[in-house]
Design a protein around this ligand. Structure first.
Ligand code: 5GP
Length: 140
């Protein structure tokens, strides 16, 4: 497996070099809206310490991260009254990984609403801002 490279979009988002709609941040992790959401409220959670994916992650980082994934998942569920949540995490390109900084997807599922396919289409920034605000409010 290739080594972690800090030259990836999520490292730039963590560093504040690329804008994102942030919902949560502490010393360990950052959560922000996915730019091309599979459903309303699709959120990403990343550790601040870089690893390519789950396989090369420091177990201590992973342990802290999953607790934050749970906390944010609960807020996402409340914010959008989701019927369920899919938590995805991909390792390497053949498995669907496109950004090589460990991340967990939190994808709300709504009864009877099929998940959107990955089309490369970016969401309306105003909508993402409103969704981020709803999650931040649910986290309080
Ligand atoms: P992966 O397939 O690697 O698990 O997922 C990467 C995710 O990152 C995709 O769902 C994609 O929509 C999202 N993404 C890619 N580039 C950006 C970006 O610049 N900003 C944000 N917020 N999300 C991104």
């Amino acid at each position: 497996m290739a080594a972690y490279s800090p030259d990836n979009i999520f490292a730039k988002i963590i560093a504040g070099l690329v804008p994102s709609h942030r919902v949560f941040e502490d010393a360990e992790a950052l959560a922000f809206m996915d730019l091309m959401p599979h459903s309303k409220g699709h959120t990403l959670v990343v550790p601040k310490k870089g690893s390519r994916n789950l396989l090369d992650a420091d177990p201590e980082v992973l342990a802290k991260l999953i607790v934050r994934v749970q906390k944010i998942a609960m807020a996402v569920r409340i914010a959008f009254s989701a019927d369920g949540l899919r938590i995805n995490q991909f390792n390497e390109e053949p498995a669907g990984q496109t950004v090589f900084h460990l991340h967990f997807h939190i994808i709300p599922i709504y009864q009877g609403v099929p998940m959107r396919a990955q089309t490369g289409e970016m969401a309306d920034p105003n909508e993402l801002a409103a969704h981020a605000e709803a999650i931040r409010a649910a986290l309080k």
